[in-house]
Write a protein that binds this ligand. Structure first.
Ligand code: NCD
Length: 343
């Protein structure tokens, strides 16, 4: 993904986290804060009345697709969607360019997930409306990184800390994990971050990402064990092994058991760390992922991430479509209905 894309603002595609600087990142996060009553369903909003989102997901997704769609609908817009190649005309050999041109004639914004790196940029090149990258192969996943850094900032603030100067352990599939690539790049907008990395053999972080981060004067330490990586970390970000992206020569045999569990955290004397994961967590036996035995720990933030995803994706749509906060306020009202909400 090129780094010379224009900053993310009205009428622009969102393809990479490289479209952010500290200032437009802060603006996006302020918007995400401001729409919190709508995200929490305390207020209803119709600011996107008449607008149509088309979501095109050519890879599996639960939270990314549903939270983008939920965000758009919470703002009063409508959604049309297609999932998988089987039910789209790509199964008949239609090109990305033709599909994108056609679909952008039906909608005001596209959200696209596709298995090939760089493919969402090809959608954007042919589209007449803003295109949001919801994951392009092992490339990037900018909206996930945005909600991760948004959440991280809040979790650290609750402990009197900031992203500047924090220490984060990133574990798991650092090679194919696009959320890791986007997260590390977006965090490097901050100052003096220490990344301690652990991955199974063959799944090391691409050099390009490491160089991106070190060129911005952050520290990257590659550790031999999970316990070493998480010792002293303010935040631990665990990831799933992206088995669907692996070729035959990749060793999967080394990735068994738990990637991270309660005893490893206890051994590292770090049971209080903030625990993050982009999800889905692979909960099948021997899946080599974050164990469920950490779920009662006080730092578990994985569902804060998913909840915050709606706020951040609302902010992305408001920015792409040039909607002011004033327009949001004028079209919002207290909800007239009652729902059972989480505390
Ligand atoms: C991630 C993805 O699709 O890259 N999931 C997500 O969008 N939250 C991570 C993964 O699939 O492991």
């Amino acid at each position: 993904m090129t780094t010379d894309l224009p900053l993310f603002e009205q009428g622009r595609h969102l393809l990479s986290v490289s479209q952010f600087d500290r200032e437009n990142l802060r603006t996006l996060f302020d918007l995400a804060d401001a729409v919190d009553p709508i995200a929490k369903r305390e207020a209803v909003c119709t600011v996107l009345d008449g607008a149509m989102l088309c979501s095109l997901f050519f890879e599996p997704s639960t939270r990314t697709r549903l939270s983008f769609e939920s965000a758009f609908q919470r703002l009063g817009g409508e959604v049309t969607t297609t999932t998988g190649f089987t039910f789209s005309s790509m199964a008949k050999g239609e090109s990305i360019a033709d599909t994108s041109r056609v679909v952008s004639g039906y909608s005001d914004v596209l959200v696209v997930r596709h298995p090939d790196e760089g493919s969402v940029a090809r959608f954007a090149a042919a589209a007449m409306v803003p295109v949001i990258n919801a994951g392009d192969g092992a490339g990037e996943h900018p909206s996930q990184a945005l909600l991760d850094v948004y959440t991280l900032g809040k979790e650290l603030a609750a402990r009197g800390k900031e992203v500047d100067g924090c220490r984060i352990a990133i574990l798991g599939d650092l090679k194919y994990g696009r959320t890791v690539h986007s997260l590390m790049k977006l965090m490097s907008l901050h100052d003096d971050v220490t990344f301690t990395l652990f991955s199974p053999p063959g799944l090391r972080l691409p050099l390009e990402v490491e160089q991106y981060v070190t060129a911005r004067r952050h520290t990257v330490q590659v550790m031999d064990t999970v316990v070493d990586a998480v010792r002293g970390a303010d935040v631990i970000y665990a990831t799933r092994v992206q088995r669907e992206r692996m070729t035959d020569e990749m060793s999967q045999a080394d990735a068994r058991g738990d990637l991270l569990n309660w005893s490893m955290l206890a051994e590292a004397d770090n049971l209080g760390a903030i625990l993050m994961h982009p999800l889905p967590r692979d909960s099948r036996p021997d899946a080599y992922d974050l164990s469920g035995d950490v779920d009662d720990l006080p730092g578990l933030a994985i569902f804060h991430q998913t909840d915050n995803g709606v706020n951040v994706r609302m902010a992305i749509f408001l920015t792409a479509l040039g909607v002011s906060l004033e327009a949001v306020r004028l079209t919002s009202k207290q909800r007239p209905w009652k729902a059972t909400l989480r505390p």
